[in-house]
Design a protein around this ligand. Structure first.
Ligand SMILES: Cc1cc2nc3c(=O)[nH]c(=O)nc-3n(C[C@H](O)[C@H](O)[C@H](O)COP(=O)(O)OP(=O)(O)OC[C@H]3O[C@@H](n4cnc5c(N)ncnc54)[C@H](O)[C@@H]3O)c2cc1C
Length: 385
């Protein structure tokens, strides 16, 4: 049997699926795809559509920047990000549709008025980043070196840092390719199907992002607003980050002269359209980086909320029975998803095989796991959420 026939065979068997994955955003798609690839019968329920338009993942810039994020993120997140960056090309190579992936670094710059931000950012980044990421991964630029690294910026910035190892991908292409991957692996998908009670399956993996709040009250939203513009002729070759006193601003160039400009960080679960103030700030920032953005065409102003736990770290929680919850990816979903999804699938399969079925077995699994701090159980002394 070829892989398509095997997938069809799995679904033709009667009875509930082995796993019901709830939430069809970034994490739910990856988890369902990986579990199906391991030979399990999987169903996926998503409140939104197949394109993923109702997920935070749809709005995201999908920068894969563990070193730049080290200025504010915890070491666990930085480590997950560095490992996931290596893993993404292998994941994308297995999907049935192409996804734009770039590994050409991040450029960090700042305007003279915000120069006080630079030493603060550098100090925090050096304190949180492992030596392996910093080694050759942080290059100081001055004067003409900025323009040499990113010619479209010319002489507008006197200083900058090139973080040459970082990457980015196209979030919407990734969601589409994952949806195609679910089909080819025989995952039974139920789009436009909100789920609040547990579906019929042996095991449930809850990946509802902020929609999982009823089961996980500690979750909160942090609103982010972005602009998508079409700006032919500018030619930025990599994401450019602009240090800013209130939140990190960035301009991420995608294919075909598309730029994602983001993103605000506002506490709260407000999913309303982008405010005028935020639109002005984002678009002015882009215009100040390159006046060519004055002639760009605004394709979209959009907002969503990042699913966030109190410690701003992701978590995988076993409820001690048949449900796993995977959540809290905050502003780092794309950056860390391959490792988080892989860790969640590892625990899901250990539950399904009976290898983990007790407190002691869970603690042993957790202790042996690469990312120990990711795992929590509601009954265990180690539970944190
Ligand atoms: C403005 C912005 C910019 C960002 N930029 C980046 C970036 O550059 N790099 C990066 O790594 N990350 C970025 N992120 C973060 C990233 O998008 C999130 O961390 C990631 O999407 C979280 O994945 P998730 O699957 O947990 O949640 P989501 O992607 O939100 O998916 C959750 C899914 O669950 C569904 N759902 C909810 N409730 C139910 C229900 N009751 N039943 C069924 N389905 C349900 C939702 O419809 C949704 O499809 C950004 C986020 C935002 C908002």
């Amino acid at each position: 049997m070829n892989s398509m026939e095997q997938a069809a065979y799995r679904h033709d068997r009667p009875g509930p699926p082995d796993f019901a994955v709830v939430g069809g955003g970034l994490v739910g798609r990856l988890v369902a795809w990986q579990l199906a690839g391991a030979g399990h019968r999987v169903a996926l329920y998503g409140r939104g559509d197949e394109a993923g338009t109702q997920s935070a993942a749809w709005v995201a810039a999908a920068m894969l920047a563990p070193l730049a994020e080290a200025a504010s993120a915890e070491p666990l997140v930085v480590g997950l990000g560095a490992a996931s960056l290596e893993r993404w090309p292998g994941v994308l190579a297995q999907l049935p549709e192409p996804v734009y992936f770039q590994r050409n670094g991040t450029l960090v710059v700042w305007h003279g008025a915000d120069r006080a931000e630079a030493p603060l950012f550098e100090r925090r980044l050096r304190a949180n980043a492992p030596a392996a990421l910093l080694d050759g991964g942080f290059v100081k630029l001055a004067g003409a070196q900025v323009a040499q690294a990113e010619p479209p910026l010319g002489t507008r910035f006197a200083q900058g840092w090139l973080l040459p190892n970082e990457g980015q991908l196209d979030n919407r292409q990734a969601l589409r390719a994952l949806a195609a991957g679910l089909k080819s692996r025989g995952v039974r998908t139920y789009w436009n199907t909100p789920v609040d009670a547990l579906p019929d399956a042996r095991w449930i993996v809850d990946c509802r992002g902020l929609g999982g709040k009823p089961a996980w009250p500690a979750l909160r939203g942090i609103r982010g607003e972005v602009a998508r513009v079409h700006a032919p002729g500018i030619g930025l070759t990599r994401p450019v980050r602009l240090l800013h006193p209130r939140y990190p601003l960035y301009i991420a160039p995608k294919q075909d002269d598309l730029y994602v400009i983001g993103a605000t960080e506002v506490e709260g679960e407000d999913m309303s359209p982008v405010s005028v103030r935020s639109a002005l700030e984002l678009l002015s920032a882009a215009f100040a980086v390159h006046p060519g953005f004055g002639e760009a065409r605004i394709l979209e102003l959009n907002s969503h909320c990042r699913p966030t736990l109190p410690d701003h770290r992701p978590a995988i929680v076993w409820d001690g029975a048949r449900t796993l919850r995977v959540n809290g990816l905050y502003r780092h979903g794309f950056m860390i998803a391959p490792e988080v999804a892989d860790a969640a699938c590892g625990l899901a399969q250990a539950l399904a095989s009976g290898a983990v079925g007790s407190h002691d077995a869970f603690d042993a699994f957790r202790a042996a796991a690469r990312w120990t701090e990711l795992f929590h159980a509601e009954f265990a002394a180690t539970a944190a959420h």
